[in-house]
Design a protein around this ligand. Structure first.
Ligand SMILES: *[C@@H]1O[C@H](CO)[C@@H](O)[C@H](O)[C@H]1NC(C)=O
Length: 458
């Protein structure tokens, strides 16, 4: 056989096998890689609802990855499925083998994004649109620019809702606040907004503003997709349940301070500096013991009325539910450098601790839930007389004071009004804790035999 022919046959073979290889590659890319999940089409050949959800999430995550957006999964239902015990997880793996976490049965998947990592706005949004996503962008005022001196007018993105095939990808923007925490804004639809764009009532985020500690994230594979999640999912979920954040009422505070200018004397400035240190220290100490606390009495009034500390108050007041009491508290505060000044009452009744740091007092009042009221007690050391301060029930919200993320009663107005009466907005310099509060009640006298135990002054 002539030599030329052999070469021709060889070339023909190479060309045809390359063509076959290319066809295989094309077929794989066009059909196989688009199949939902790591498995092949369902038996009927139809896409199920969870296939569609999975594909929507996959498409969105691919986009986010292409643009380097480090989203993390913040969806309460998906994260709850993840955190459930192994047995239930296995159950679910059997029923939804290819999409056991991301296919939640809800038409929404929520992700969060650190807002300072958001820079590719136009090109990312364009690319999402090209992939078929519709976008509803919700903006709001930038609270980081608001203060007693300026009211913010600048708007920032707070929530993005991407919609495809009836599924919503909710991206919540998390902003760094000066108290070293993350903040998300409330989702408020403008009057002309499309209210049918998404089932807004079902969204995990946006009902209220929220405050969160910065979660540590890990990259994992969920249902065949690379997803970032909080390392400690159950901690993140429990934080979410109590994340509601109240912005200080800067506008009202400014009006107040125009009527009653703040004391700018060196003594007042020094007092505020000490209060800040003490509040930060109390927060760290109680956090280490896992004990929630809130701003109470005058400290709460200062935050609510003037977004700062009342300079003529002499102490820092905090509240703690008696159910959170721990006998480690005194030791922890003395280890932190404070000295116990007095201890009144007992765990069963009217407990009150007072610590001294420098010359500023930290009063820790324990609150008792009793039917439809909440109360804390007071004791007069020299007479053994008892007092009771009664409040309507309240829940706890986050707020910021002196660059600290700190809790306040969510129903702050009711709380402050109970304590200081309807005229709380007028400064009162001469205050008697036994008679001035609107909600004080006489509550008998400690039996003299128990004074040594129940009235300890150091
Ligand atoms: C996760 O956080 C909770 C507190 O919310 C804690 O009790 C638990 O030990 C943490 N788990 C891990 C593995 O760190």
């Amino acid at each position: 056989m002539p030599r030329v022919n052999r070469t021709a046959v060889l070339s023909l073979l190479i060309v045809s096998s390359s063509a076959f290889l290319l066809f295989q590659l094309y077929y794989y890319r066009k059909y196989v890689s688009k199949l939902p999940g790591p498995h092949i089409l369902s038996q009927t050949g139809h896409l199920t609802a969870s296939d569609v959800q999975w594909q929507t999430v996959k498409k969105f995550l691919a986009l986010a990855q292409r643009f380097g957006l480090p989203l993390f999964l913040a969806d309460t239902t998906a994260l709850t499925l993840l955190s459930h015990d192994a047995l239930r997880q296995r159950d679910r793996l059997v029923r939804e083998p290819h999409c056991s976490f991301l296919c939640t049965g809800r038409p929404i998947t929520s992700f969060a994004l650190h807002a300072n990592l958001w820079k590719y706005e136009p090109s990312f949004l364009l690319a999402a649109e090209q992939k078929g996503f519709e976008l509803l962008e919700l903006r709001g005022e930038d609270p980081r620019l608001a203060s007693l001196d300026t009211l913010s007018g600048q708007e920032i993105p707070l929530h993005f809702l991407f919609r495809l095939h009836g599924y919503i990808i909710h991206v919540v923007f998390l902003y760094e606040r000066s108290g070293n925490y993350l903040w998300s804004g409330a989702l408020r639809l403008r009057a002309d907004a499309d209210r049918s764009f998404a089932p807004f009532k079902l969204l995990d985020y946006g009902r209220h503003a929220g405050a969160y500690d910065r979660p540590e994230l890990v990259l994992t594979v969920l249902d065949g997709l690379d997803v970032r999640i909080p390392r400690n999912v159950s901690r993140f979920l429990s934080e979410l349940r109590h994340a509601r954040f109240l912005e200080c009422r800067y506008r009202e505070a400014r009006n107040f301070l125009q009527m009653y200018p703040d004391d700018a004397s060196p003594v007042a400035v020094e007092f505020r500096r000490k209060v800040k240190l003490l509040l930060h220290l109390a927060s760290r100490t109680l956090a280490a013991l896992n004990i929630p606390f809130w701003l109470s009495s005058g400290t709460c009034l200062g935050w609510f009325r003037q977004c700062s500390v009342i300079s003529y108050s002499r102490d820092v007041d905090i509240g703690v539910f008696i159910s959170d009491f721990s006998s480690d508290i005194i030791g922890a505060f003395t280890d932190a450098g404070l000295s116990l000044k007095h201890k009144f009452g007992k765990v069963e009744d009217s407990l009150e601790l007072s610590f001294l740091s420098d010359d500023v007092k930290l009063d820790m009042f324990f609150f008792y839930e009793d039917g439809d009221v909440v109360w804390n007690g007071g004791t007069q050391a020299k007479s053994g007389r008892k007092f009771k301060y009664v409040f309507p029930p309240f829940s706890l919200c986050w707020a910021e004071l002196l660059e600290l993320k700190v809790r306040v009663p969510c129903e702050t107005l009711d709380y402050v009004t109970a304590n200081y009466g309807a005229a709380w907005n007028v400064p009162v310099r001469s205050w008697d804790w036994k008679t001035s509060p609107s909600n004080v009640q006489e509550n008998g006298v400690w039996p003299p035999a128990e004074w040594a135990e129940l009235i300890q002054v150091y």
